[in-house]
Design a protein around this ligand. Sequence first.
Ligand SMILES: [Fe+2]
Ligand SMILES: [Fe+2]
Length: 472
Amino acid sequence: MVPRKEIVSKFFSKGKFITPDAIEYLEKEPSLIELALSLEKTVIKVEDIKKLKKPEEEKPILIIKKEREVPAKEYEEEIEVENLCDFSMKERKAKDFNSYFISRLQNIQEMLMKRINPISISNLRENGEIQSIIGIVYEKRISPAGNIIFTLEDFSGFVKCIVNKESEIFKHAQDILEDEVIGVKGIYKNNFLFVNEIIHPDFPAKEKVYLDIPIDAIFISDLHIGSIDFLDDIFLKFLDWLKTSKEAEKVKFIFICGDIVDGVGIYPGQEKDLRIKDIYKQYDKARDLLAEIPDYIKLVIAPGNHDIVGIPEPQPPLKDTSLSELPNAILVSNPCYVKLYNKLKILMYHGYSYDGIIQSIPSLRKVGYQNPSLPMLEVLKRRHLSPRMDDTMIIPHTQDYLVIKEVPDIFHSGHLHTTSVMNYKHVTLINSGTFQAQTEYQKMLGHIPHPGIITLMNLQTRKVKLINFCKI
Ligand SMILES: [Fe+2]
Ligand SMILES: [Fe+2]
């Protein structure tokens, strides 16, 4: 309580008089003294003071951080991963190549036998009749006369096959890749098989599979974190959209298909293109960025050729990196199968073989980079992720893990840094672009990337939307 004497003297010093009841009131409400002193009156009465607004006491502000309620949280994830990689193999010997090729031939032969009725190469007869065989393409060349000659091998022997340059199937024969397994039909004469039909294993149209819960998945790849061309501002926009937008509320899974970081020593002179020069620090940065993604969204992360696990395929999961600290990350091999809710099957393959395929298939040379679904379609029809051995420096395992044994519902790749979505016999082929701007090397080759685009799929309807964060 402020003493009565002090109140009187304050008013007196300002040339004001104050009534006794007003003094009594101010004794109990000293916070009003200053306001009463500023009244433009000579005599201050209690009624004048009561009219003054008592300054509100500052109340502590209680901040309750409310967790965002989103539909995707209502559904528990159900996810099964099949890593296509034999981790137990330590040392590889020449005989491993043998069992590897046997596995490739046997697996794809089985698929082709649903389409043709073959005989063994050693049973070919010069009888003037059309005969069918299945084999692995040992070598392929153009003869001096301009015909295509290739050698097919099965478990019984070899045969040279000829496609005449005037033949209707000549264009198709140009697309044959060394090391792929094909079926051919033709007439055997003078130790040559004169081919009139080439058959790839392919597959019959699938039944379209949908989830019965309303959740979405996002498909991205090729972040290249650590590169001077990594578009961090665009990636932050994407993260912000994930955390705040209505459109992202159903997102339950994000598939990231390799090249998470830019790596170190991937190509000569890479150092000058790196903002983060230590590969482990690149993964730390990746972990910090991905940690922004809410935990209820599961991140399925596969490696690519820029990641720490080395270029040869198949590649093991990125377990020895700081990505394993993310509680919601599922680290998978490249390639791998992921099954959601025991229904929808996704094949993830980074796509390192696609460069070689685009170069080897004449019809893809001009269009393959701008439409990355095309090399994806070629490997799908051949039921092998890297038909040419040379394209991926394949590591021979006890079996060929790059054979597409089971046709997926969604086939997800990256690597080419361009975006496309295609449907083929109810399989959705997604190549998911990049978060890296055009590099000097790409400029030199004339490759134009599609950065900052995500593919958003409603897994209940299988409808796809591309969202470009460079334009938002
Ligand atoms: Fe990449
Ligand atoms: Fe790549």
